[in-house]
Every structure is written in structure tokens, then in C-alpha cells.
Design a protein around this ligand. Structure first.
Ligand SMILES: [Zn+2]
Length: 60
């Protein structure tokens, strides 16, 4: 039996579908590369509570 953790589930999904970086520096380096290569807008980084790593996020 699983206990209810809808919010955690939601976070876990986005966590699993994203790349994970183990330091903010790594995430920032990749973010700047993505911006250069694809001409994207600046990407943000955030610490993930689910995996304890770092992910990139788009900012409008
Ligand atoms: Zn994560």
C-alpha cells in the first residue's frame, strides 16, 4: 500500500524527465551552452528536493 503523495509524484515526474546535475555549477554551464546552441532564452537552475540534484528550468 502506498501512502498519498500526489505533490511528490508530480515533482518526481518532472524530475525524472529532466537532466540532473550534481552541482549548480554544472547546471549553469549546461544552461549557458543550451542558450548558445539553440538560441534559447536564459535558463534558470533550481535545486530539486526529490533527487537532491539540480535541474534547468525555462523562464519566460
Ligand atoms: Zn530531481
Amino acid at each position: 500500500m502506498q501512502t498519498v503523495h500526489s505533490l511528490d509524484n508530480c515533482k518526481e515526474r518532472s524530475c525524472l524527465s529532466k537532466r540532473r546535475y550534481w552541482s549548480q555549477v554544472d547546471a549553469l554551464v549546461m544552461a549557458s551552452r543550451c542558450v548558445e546552441r539553440r538560441g534559447l532564452r536564459a535558463l534558470g537552475t533550481y535545486r530539486c528536493r526529490n533527487c537532491g540534484g539540480w535541474h534547468l528550468t525555462r523562464r519566460a
